[in-house]
Design a protein around this ligand. Structure first.
Ligand SMILES: Nc1ncnc2c1ncn2[C@@H]1O[C@H](COP(=O)(O)OP(=O)(O)OP(=O)(O)O)[C@@H](O)[C@H]1O
Ligand SMILES: [Mg+2]
Length: 250
């Protein structure tokens, strides 16, 4: 196993307020991690710090052994564009572009492949996520689930090492949410490391491992192992997780 991410003594304060307090953990390449905890426990702050969206106050964030906390803004942007993909509760697609034009944008920006190469990758992603039929559509004319599929395509266009998500199914109904989770599990099974923040047991039960934050500290961890899509197993994983969370007053 290869370690993809090593977080060492990560602290984050906003003014006098300490939000993350000496957080340490490692993620293996190909793992799917869910970060849980009460509202205000520091989940989003942790995600933003480890993904270079925000700077930690102190500590190291080693991505394949290179400390991204020490990079200047330009280098961090480059690492994020090349090696990381992001999905949020809302898709944040650009309103005046079609679905497909939104997805190709980070590919053109990275400029590693020809435009033709990027377009081929988009077609494969659209097919994989089942939205080929709305590729040319205005983003105002598609459903929330289709928008989130498009956001996943955009996040994956540069074949990132890690896909980060903050409540990626938070705005979706339960059946659409399940479809999005199936896509995320498939992407993970194909080798992309996934790190999601969530309140939702059904989301976290898809992960290999759950990290529980309490007041900016890692309070506990639970290993569930790889998700296999089996219905009975899904139920057992959710039950195990639910009972574990109950012991934490969650
Ligand atoms: N930019 C900021 N400036 C000041 N305080 C902040 C900032 N961002 C977050 N905080 C504070 O840090 C703490 C943790 O916030 P964070 O958003 O990480 O929590 P969370 O676990 O993601 O919560 P939620 O589940 O509600 O999204 C909160 O007390 C919040 O008010
Ligand atoms: Mg949050």
């Amino acid at each position: 196993m290869e370690t993809i991410l090593k977080v060492q003594d990560l602290c984050k304060s906003f003014g006098e307020t300490r939000v993350l307090n000496n957080v340490n953990f490692e993620v293996e390449k190909g793992e799917f991690i869910a970060i849980m905890g009460q509202s205000g426990s520091g989940k989003s702050t942790l995600l933003y710090s480890i993904s270079g969206m925000d700077r930690p106050t102190s500590g190291n964030i080693l991505l394949f052994g290179n400390d991204i906390a020490k990079l200047n803004d330009e280098k961090i942007s480059e690492v994020r564009l090349k090696q990381m993909g992001f999905i949020f509760q809302h898709s944040y697609l650009l309103k005046n572009l079609s679905i497909k034009d939104n997805i190709v944008l980070p590919g053109f920006k990275l400029n590693k492949l020809s435009r033709e190469g990027v377009n081929q990758n988009v077609d494969a992603l659209l097919a994989k996520t089942g939205i080929e039929n709305v590729a040319g559509h205005d983003i105002k004319k598609v459903s929330g689930g289709q928008l989130q599929r498009a956001a996943i395509c955009r996040a994956l266009i540069n074949q990132p090492d890690i896909l980060f998500g903050d409540e990626p199914t938070g705005a979706l109904n339960s059946s659409t949410s399940r479809e999005i989770l199936d896509i995320i599990n498939r992407v993970n099974n194909e080798g992309t490391t996934v790190i999601l923040v969530t309140h939702d047991v059904k989301v976290a039960a898809r992960a290999d491992r759950i990290i529980f934050l309490l007041d900016g500290n890692i309070h506990d961890k639970l290993t569930l192992g790889k998700y296999d899509g089996d219905k009975e197993n899904t139920y057992l994983r959710e039950k195990t997780l639910y009972e574990w969370l109950e012991t934490k007053g969650f």
